[in-house]
Design a protein around this ligand. Structure first.
Ligand code: PMP
Length: 305
């Protein structure tokens, strides 16, 4: 039996239910996080990756929407640790905190006057994108939501309509993933991932001002590029046609981990296989999240049965 942390207590998953009239369902007024905990067979333990950083971003998202989850990032991390102990499973787990406007009134749009709800649940999850073969991507006709419409740096439930439309149309056209342009025409993200390119021995990634979500995996990769690879890391906008001729390309995110992109709109990236630096970073990332790299153990929260 699985448990859910639901409005202040741990309840059985089948008891964690909300009304059809909930504001967050009707209007997409919620904030969420996606966190992974990796199972290590060697240590018979789960390692949650950068738990507190995720909850810090969660609180920043909530701040924008006037949602009060009622706990600090440290408290939310502790609650999640207890939840993982209760739901312990010898498999990789995805943790989903969601805070939402729980109000049942129709037609009330002043966020400061609405009730809030909070839930944290867990599901098992393997690979989201194929990290071994590489991703065939296309540039989406859908633009990334603009900071002047829905805040892209907040992880808002309703804004995943943008993700869903881009991903759906990419898959219907036979691709694995969509790359999105912002309104200025720069490549900014995958449908739910940050993007990195390798060009002339430097790593390039769009800056936070390019309507991106400031990903936890993105900041992890930036740190690894600088400390371990000792390569230049440039935060700058990437042009649409520039992407077709970079040496390497990869997408990063909690779900997507480090996913190599081998083609964009049928143009091969490099020689169409996984790039050298992409492979080094992917392997290093998988070692770190599984607790096999001592230097970065401080990013992990250990959970045992
Ligand atoms: N951009 C978007 C739109 C996302 O949904 C995600 C996944 N959370 C990311 C980037 C990557 O963020 P993170 O590395 O924190 O998972």
């Amino acid at each position: 039996m699985k448990f859910v942390y639901f409005n202040g207590e741990f309840v059985r998953q089948d008891k964690a239910l909300i009304s059809i009239m909930t504001h967050g369902l009707q209007y997409g007024t919620g904030c969420f996080e996606g966190i992974r905990a990796y199972y290590s067979e060697k240590d018979t333990a789960l390692y949650a990756f950068r738990l507190e950083e995720h909850f810090k971003r969660f609180l920043r998202s909530c701040q924008t929407l006037f949602i009060k989850p009622g706990h600090s990032a440290g408290e939310l991390s502790q609650i999640t640790k207890s939840l993982l102990e209760k739901n312990f499973d010898k498999t990789d787990i995805y943790i989903r905190p969601v805070a939402y406007k729980s109000d049942l009134r129709v037609g009330n749009f002043n966020l400061t006057k609405l009730e809030d709800g909070l839930a944290i649940y867990t599901v098992s999850m393997g690979r989201y994108l194929d990290t071994t073969k590489g991703v065939r991507a296309t540039i989406s006709p859908w633009r990334r939501i603009s900071d002047t419409a829905i805040p892209p740096r907040a992880k808002v439930t309703g804004s995943y309509i943008n993700t869903s439309l881009a991903k759906t149309d990419a898959e219907l056209s036979g691709y694995d993933e969509a790359l999105l342009l912002d309104n200025a025409g720069h490549i900014v993200e995958g449908s739910a991932e940050n993007i990195f390119a390798v060009k002339s021995g430097a790593l390039i990634t769009p800056p936070p001002s390019d309507d991106i979500l400031e990903g936890i995996t993105r900041s992890t990769i930036i740190e690894l590029v600088q400390k371990e690879l000792k390569l230049p890391l440039i935060e700058r906008s990437i042009g649409r046609s520039e992407i077709y001729s970079v040496d390497e390309l990869f997408l990063v995110g909690t779900g997507a981990e480090v996913s190599p992109v081998i083609s964009v709109d049928k143009r091969l990236i490099g020689d169409g296989t996984i790039g050298k630096y992409t492979k080094i970073l992917k392997d290093m990332y998988f070692q770190i999240v599984h607790g096999e790299n001592k230097t970065y153990k401080h990013w992990l929260t250990k959970i045992t049965a």
